[in-house]
Design a protein. Structure first.
Length: 271
C-alpha cells in the first residue's frame, strides 16, 4: 500500500485507505478495482462497497520517507514525490471524514515530501480541505484526471479555483482529444498516457502531439508516461512496425513512451 513506486512521475505511492467507485468512462477498466476487488478480494468496489483503512504500519512509511528526504534530495536534486492515493480517492464522498483529517495531519508532519493528490472528484475538494489550507500547503500538488475534452472542461473548471502550489491534469487513460484553453488559468503540469492491460482502448497518437504542443505554447510542463499498448504506439500505428519491432526501439513505459523519438517527461518548476 506504500512503497517505492514504479510510476514514472513519482517516487513513492501511499494509500491511506483502499476502495472507490467508477464515475466516468476513464474508470471502466480500473486497475485498482481489478486488483483489490476482483483479484485479491480486499474490498468491494462501488457506491455501496467498502472503504478500508490501511494498517498503522503502512501509515508510518511516509514518516520514514520524510526522514530520508534530505539524503534523497542531495542524491537526486529534488524533493521526494508521493502519489496519494493510487487505490482510492482522497475526495471520495464515501470516506470517513476523520480519516481524511488524519491524512492531512500526516501530510503536514511530512513537510519534506511533495504529495501529489489526484482525484476524479474536484467538485468535492474545497468542502473537504482542512481548515488551515488557506493558499494551499506548500508540499501538496492537487490534480484531477481528464480522459477527454468533456471531463477536462468540467473538472479543470473546478480544480483551477482551488488554491494550490501546483495544479495538474492526468490525461490518462487518453480516450479522446484534449486541447488546452487559449485564455484563462492553465494547469502547471499535464501527464498523458494510454490505457494499459486487458481490454485497453485505442487512441490516436496525434492527440498526444497536439496537447504537448499546447503545453509548449502556454508554458505547461508536459509528461508523457506511456502509450499503454504497442497497438497505440506511433511506430506501429504510423510507421507500420510490428509490436515486436516497436518494443525493440521503444522500451519506455507500457507500450513504449517515446514521442517522435524523444522522451517528453518534464516537471513543473518548483524553484
Amino acid at each position: 500500500m506504500g512503497e517505492n513506486s514504479k510510476i514514472e512521475w513519482c517516487d513513492h505511492t501511499f494509500n491511506p485507505w483502499i476502495g472507490c467507485q467508477k464515475v466516468s468512462p476513464g474508470c471502466d477498466n480500473c486497475y485498482a478495482e481489478a486488483m483489490m476487488d476482483h483479484r485479491y478480494k480486499k474490498v468491494q468496489w462501488g457506491a455501496h462497497g467498502e472503504r478500508k483503512r490501511t494498517s498503522e504500519q503502512n501509515w508510518k512509511k511516509p514518516i520514514q520517507w520524510n526522514a530520508q528526504a534530505p539524503a534523497f534530495r542531495k542524491e537526486n536534486g529534488y524533493r521526494p514525490r508521493v502519489f496519494c492515493a493510487s487505490l482510492a480517492d482522497v475526495f471520495d464522498n464515501q470516506v470517513d471524514s476523520s480519516w481524511r483529517g488524519d491524512l492531512f495531519a500526516l501530510i503536514r508532519k511530512c513537510e519534506a515530501l511533495d504529495w501529489l493528490v489526484l482525484t476524479k472528484r474536484p467538485e468535492n475538494i474545497e468542502k473537504m480541505l482542512p481548515s488551515d489550507w488557506s493558499d494551499g500547503y506548500s508540499n501538496v500538488w492537487l490534480g484531477t484526471t481528464a480522459e477527454d475534452q468533456t471531463r477536462f472542461d468540467f473538472r479543470w473548471k473546478r480544480l483551477k479555483k482551488v488554491p494550490a502550489v501546483v495544479r495538474f491534469i492526468s490525461y490518462e487513460p487518453a480516450l479522446g482529444p484534449v486541447r488546452l484553453p487559449t485564455n484563462g488559468r492553465l494547469p502547471d503540469w499535464l501527464i498523458s498516457g494510454g490505457e494499459s492491460g486487458a481490454g485497453a482502448r485505442t487512441f490516436r497518437p496525434q492527440w498526444i502531439r497536439d496537447v504537448i504542443a499546447d503545453c509548449r505554447r502556454f508554458g505547461v510542463a508536459p509528461f508523457h508516461k506511456q502509450w499503454g499498448s504497442y497497438d497505440n504506439n506511433p511506430l506501429v500505428v504510423e510507421k507500420g512496425m510490428t509490436a515486436r519491432e516497436a518494443r525493440a526501439v521503444d522500451v519506455e513505459g507500457k507500450g513504449g513512451g517515446l514521442v517522435d523519438g524523444k522522451l517528453v517527461r518534464e516537471f513543473p518548476d518548483r524553484n
